[in-house]
Design a protein around this ligand. Structure first.
Ligand code: SAH
Length: 229
């Protein structure tokens, strides 16, 4: 029974990925592979519909992003998540994207997540432990920390890829500083109206910024402000 149920769940996760491919959100084979490898159901609350293409509440005024947003960010960062590279996921929430990053950069790379709600860090660790990224957590190439992600995570910097899962009023300087020349930062910027911005650090250290699309994320803020709602 258990096996049957597990089988159908993996099938549904695969269907979700196929749908994102046929609608053109996923173009890369690598991104499809990693989203098939990391079962989304392990990262959403048990009573939710894990494969539906919408964001979901995860408590503490936070949400897990919709599958098409996860896919979009993975597509934008794919070339900066090659084996051996370093990645940072700010506002790691459920740990879903950090787990995807960890699979992409592999055991020689680093996938660091920073989240400021300790309870979410705790549950994200449990989620990852159930997932295909568990061996990377055990080996230490995937790490999830409690902290203010606006400060980045200097310890494993500079990063080839930085993703921010919450909307910043402006791009935090610490994140630009911790980006490697040739590296890319993907971050929603704005208050009510937000743009997903793609920040590329050039070899000379200057940055080029463009807007990819309009988005709606929870704010990148202090823990107190978030819990007040
Ligand atoms: N990518 C995550 C997104 C979670 S929502 C996922 O799909 O699961 C955004 C997350 O950012 C929330 O978990 C929230 O608690 C966190 N967050 C907001 N401000 C933060 C800050 N200053 N530092 C760290 N995390 C922050």
């Amino acid at each position: 029974m258990e096996r049957l149920w597990t089988g159908s769940r993996i099938n549904k996760n695969k269907k979700m990925v196929e749908h994102l491919q046929s609608s053109g959100v996923i173009r890369s084979k690598k991104v499809a592979e990693v989203m098939e490898t990391i079962d989304r159901a392990l990262f959403v609350p048990e009573d939710a519909s894990p494969y539906m293409d919408s964001p979901m509440q995860i408590g503490y005024n936070a949400t897990i992003s919709a599958p098409h947003m996860h896919a979009t960010c993975l597509e934008l960062l794919e070339n900066h998540l090659k084996p051996g590279m370093h990645s940072l996921d700010v506002g790691s929430g459920t740990g879903y994207l950090t787990a995807c990053f960890a699979i992409m950069v592999g055991p020689e790379g680093r996938a660091v997540g920073v989240e400021h709600i300790p309870e979410l860090v705790e549950s994200s660790l449990q989620n990852v432990q159930k997932s295909a990224a568990a061996p990377l957590l055990k080996a230490g190439s995937l790490v999830l920390h409690t902290g203010d992600g606006r400060l980045g995570w200097p310890e494993h910097s500079p990063y080839d890829a930085i993703h921010v899962g919450a909307a910043a009023p402006e791009i935090p300087q610490a994140l630009i500083d911790q980006l490697k020349p040739g590296g890319r930062l993907v971050i929603p910027v704005g208050n009510i109206f937000q743009d997903l911005q793609v920040v590329d650090k050039n070899p000379d250290g200057s940055v080029s910024i463009r807007s990819e699309t309009s988005v709606r994320y929870v704010p990148l803020t202090s823990r107190e402000a978030q819990l007040r709602g």
